[in-house]
Design a protein around this ligand. Structure first.
Ligand code: SF4
Ligand code: SF4
Length: 439
């Protein structure tokens, strides 16, 4: 079985929503569409208060540099650009649209010619970003001209517990997803692709294996967290190592997620830009866990009500339980990268009272990046950032394996992330000073 070194085996909990076919989600009265649903600069509004818009109409244009277009997920009236709370607790600009429930749609112009160049341009036009959660603009990622890239790796691992939206897409939109993979190959100029899927999704592996071909292969991967993390996935699928401080392109690969490939299919074949996505809503505090299409800009509260989730449950998480973020307000809105919302009861949450380290070394054995979290934490507490750097803090991928295995319940992932931030800030400062010195 194909896999990587170290990692952990958390309880999957996927049975809660795995059997739920993808349905339609809530039809909200108001949507708050974030201008920042991606890595890079926020999009720039191109609509004004009072204007009527159609579903699929451009409402904010990508800013210069790294950015992404934003489209209306409903037909209705623009109420304005408003500051609205985000997951970080900070307010950021969103476009507030009042839904008229007429569902009038507009589409991108039909593509006459399908070439690598035209597909790349369409991906940028449609505002597609990495939908596994990273939200990196996909056109920028697939634009690997001049680099020695020969493989597309598709992330179908879906290794975080609870989440099943990619699994359902692979089952229910198999043909469309595979065609999306082929469009991504065309855009990146590669002739071969491999779809890596954890072996807890045997029916998806069987279905896609029977339909793949033409340079696309399916690889069953060991069910182990974090199998879907970029470095681990590339190694498991191709035995290629992404060098430290480098990108997948430096190992000759470009990586996209399952939902991203489906979004590419919709943009190219159906002229539909990116304004909604499939989300998993799960956890024992949800009456009926589901996989549903949710319009970007839907309040978490509307999603919770639609699925019968207990808003007062023990913990609410956006994303997976290991790498996701805690939700402190249900006024936050969904975006292109919101893969799941989890409503967990007491039995699903560990109480976290950190105790002194017992020196068992489990965090070291679990770290998929080969780091020593326990020593990085100590270096952080001593404010010894040289030592934190020497223990590799800069290479932490934030997977949470160290915290997961620690019998003393130490907040290791938070400590290592903090150390990484300090190490990076000091390296940046050093670089700026050197640049200044050298004129
Ligand atoms: S140190 Fe970072 S990469 Fe290693 S297990 Fe902890 S969170 Fe993951
Ligand atoms: S797993 Fe926890 S207790 Fe064990 S060495 Fe690491 S920090 Fe210490």
């Amino acid at each position: 079985m194909f896999t990587f070194a170290n990692g952990v085996h958390p309880k999957g909990c996927k049975e809660l929503s795995a059997g739920s076919g993808i349905g339609r989600g809530p039809e909200p009265k108001n949507v708050y569409v974030p201008l920042s649903q991606h890595i890079g600069a926020p999009a720039v509004p191109v609509v004004e208060a009072g204007e009527r818009v159609l579903c699929g109409q451009l409402i904010a244009k990508a800013a210069a540099g790294l950015s992404a277009n934003v489209y209306s997920p409903v037909s209705g009236t623009i109420k304005g650009v408003v500051g609205h709370i985000t997951l970080s607790g900070k307010k950021k600009n969103h476009i507030l649209i009042e839904n008229d429930f007429l569902e009038e749609k507009t589409f991108l112009p039909h593509m006459e010619e399908i070439t690598g160049e035209s597909v790349l341009a369409r991906i940028a036009e449609a505002g597609i970003v990495g939908m596994g959660g990273a939200a990196f603009p996909t056109a920028a990622k697939l634009n690997v001209q001049g680099k020695n890239v020969d493989f597309l790796v598709v992330n179908g691992a879906e290794c975080e517990p609870y989440i099943t939206c990619d699994y359902r897409i692979m089952l229910e939109y198999a043909q469309e997803f595979l065609q999306g993979v082929r469009y991504c190959m065309l855009a990146a100029g590669v002739k071969r692709a491999v779809i890596g899927i954890e072996d807890n999704k045997k029916d998806a592996i069987a279905k896609l294996s029977s339909l793949a071909g033409d340079g696309v292969a399916v690889k069953a991967l060991k069910t182990k967290y974090p199998q879907g993390s970029e470095k681990q996935l590339v190694y498991s699928c191709l035995k290629r190592v992404i060098p430290e401080n480098k990108l997948p392109a430096d190992a000759g690969v470009v990586v996209v997620n399952v939902h991203t490939a489906l979004a590419v299919y919709k943009a190219v074949a159906e002229d539909t830009p990116c304004y909604e996505r499939v989300m998993t809503v799960s956890g024992k505090a949800v009456a009926t866990p589901k996989n549903i299409w949710v319009k970007n800009g839907t309040l978490y509260r509307d999603v919770a009500a639609f699925c019968g989730a207990d808003e007062n449950c023990a913990r609410i998480v956006s994303g997976g339980p290991l790498m996701g973020e805690p939700v402190f307000s249900l006024k936050v809105c969904t975006g292109k990268g919101t893969s799941s919302l989890l409503f967990l009861d007491e039995s699903e949450c560990e109480s976290k009272n950190a105790e002194p380290c017992i020196g068992c070394g489990r965090c070291v054995q679990a770290c998929p990046m080969g780091l020593s979290p326990v020593f990085i934490e100590r270096a952080l507490f001593d404010k010894n950032y040289e030592e934190a750097e020497a223990y590799g803090a800069a290479y932490c991928i934030g997977c949470g394996c160290c915290s997961y295995v620690c019998p003393a319940k130490r907040f290791l992932v938070q400590s290592v992330k903090l150390a990484k931030k300090e190490v990076r800030a000091r390296a940046d400062k050093k670089r700026r000073e050197a640049e200044k010195k050298n004129g």
